[in-house]
Design a protein around this ligand. Structure first.
Ligand code: IPM
Ligand code: MG
Length: 367
């Protein structure tokens, strides 16, 4: 079988602990299934800053560009709170997204039946929840220029961030959302703020035009992003696919994540355009949880988001949908068996650590 090149960037905090479980899984797949994964490891975030004085080295950027897929853990922590803005840990992640042109960020929010009780919302609101947030990831206010703080010379400073979108950027993220909706419940809700933002006016216009021209079979609705946030906590099951810009997507995906019981459960995929010749697309897979400095090094982090991110990698980078389905089923099965890391354990219930959760999932997966 052709080799599959994975570049592992575990990063900081609980990133390495979660990644260790995926490394075990990859070894097991190579051993038992002849899966043919090749792995290389690099540094990103605070650990890269400590080693190289920047959030990712040029050598590791080159490895990321050459890989079939990047698996990413988490970056940041209090140790690096005071480092210069352009070398802060998050800069490594933003550089990867930008240079690999990973414009489409897929963030599924699925409520596993066994966890419907751990959500802060009522069981009937979240049970059976299955929504997908498609967040634009390489444009908008994250990258728009100018982006600066200028000294006005009168004791005042002025901070500027620029929200900017071109037609093609909205068109291509819209298309990703419509394509994915066709494989699900065939509904897309587009969220922006066309009542106050020009970028929102264009966003709505372009999504509607893309829909009319190529995806009229998909049910499309539009919502102002603030109302969308409210609807997400009021009755999230009204949504199937939500498509939105970089900043609204950042916020709405954290809201959606918490509906499912814990940030420790949620995977994500960041995808580029398919190469016109090979059909391959650049991709990075990353849990939505951050580096969680408060629990780092204790062996208690939930590895499910990282493992589920690897399932997305199997699905989107290696056309291994049956294996991805089985891995997701293995996660659901250990949850059904009652295994809980501390983030998803009800008060007083037994808890397992990171490695035990990883081992149990791998065990079920290999059957
Ligand atoms: C995310 C994170 C990042 C973002 C940070 C770490 C830069 O919050 O992936 O949602 O804002 O995009
Ligand atoms: Mg975020």
């Amino acid at each position: 079988m052709a080799s599959k090149k994975l570049f592992l960037l575990a990063g900081d905090g609980i990133g390495p602990e979660a990644m260790a479980e995926v490394k075990k899984l990859i070894s097991a797949m190579n051993r038992e299934m002849d899966a043919g994964f090749e792995t290389e490891e690099g540094l990103v975030g605070g650990c890269a800053y400590d080693a190289h004085g920047k959030a990712i080295s040029e050598a590791d950027m080159a490895r990321a560009l050459a890989a079939d897929a990047v698996l990413f853990g988490a970056v940041g922590g209090p140790k690096w709170d005071t480092v210069a803005y352009d070398v802060r840990p998050e800069a490594g992640l933003l550089r990867l997204r930008k240079d690999l042109e990973l414009f489409a960020n897929l963030r599924p929010a699925i409520c596993y039946p066994a966890l419907a009780g751990s959500s802060s919302l009522k069981r009937e609101v979240v049970e059976g929840l299955d929504i997908l947030i498609v967040r634009e990831l390489t444009g908008g206010v994250y990258f728009g220029e100018p982006k600066e703080i200028v000294d006005l010379g009168n004791g005042q400073k002025r901070a500027i961030d620029t929200q900017v979108y071109d037609t093609f950027e909205i068109e291509r993220i819209g298309a990703v959302a419509f394509e994915l909706a066709r494989t699900r419940s065939n509904k897309v809700c587009s969220m922006e703020k066309n009542n106050v933002m020009k970028s929102g006016v264009l966003w709505k216009e372009v999504v509607a035009a893309t829909h009319r021209a190529r995806y009229a079979d998909v049910e499309l609705s539009h919502m102002l992003a603030d109302a969308g946030g409210m609807q997400l906590v009021r009755w999230p099951k009204q949504f199937d696919v939500i498509v939105t810009d970089n900043l609204f997507g950042d916020m709405l995906s954290d809201v959606a994540a918490m509906l499912t019981g814990s940030l420790g459960m949620l995977p994500s995929a960041s995808l580029g355009s398919p190469d016109p010749l090979t059909g391959k697309r650049k991709a990075l897979y990353e849990p939505v949880h951050g580096s969680a400095p408060d629990i780092t090094g204790q062996g208690v982090a939930n590895p499910i988001a990282m493992i589920a991110s690897f399932a997305m990698c199997l699905r989107y980078s290696f056309a291994m949908a049956p294996e991805a389905d089985r891995l997701e089923a293995a996660i659901a099965a250990v949850l059904d068996d009652g295994l809980r890391t501390s983030d998803i354990a009800p008060p007083g219930a037994a808890r397992v650590g990171t490695a035990a959760m990883g081992d149990a999932i791998i065990g079920k997966f290999l059957g």
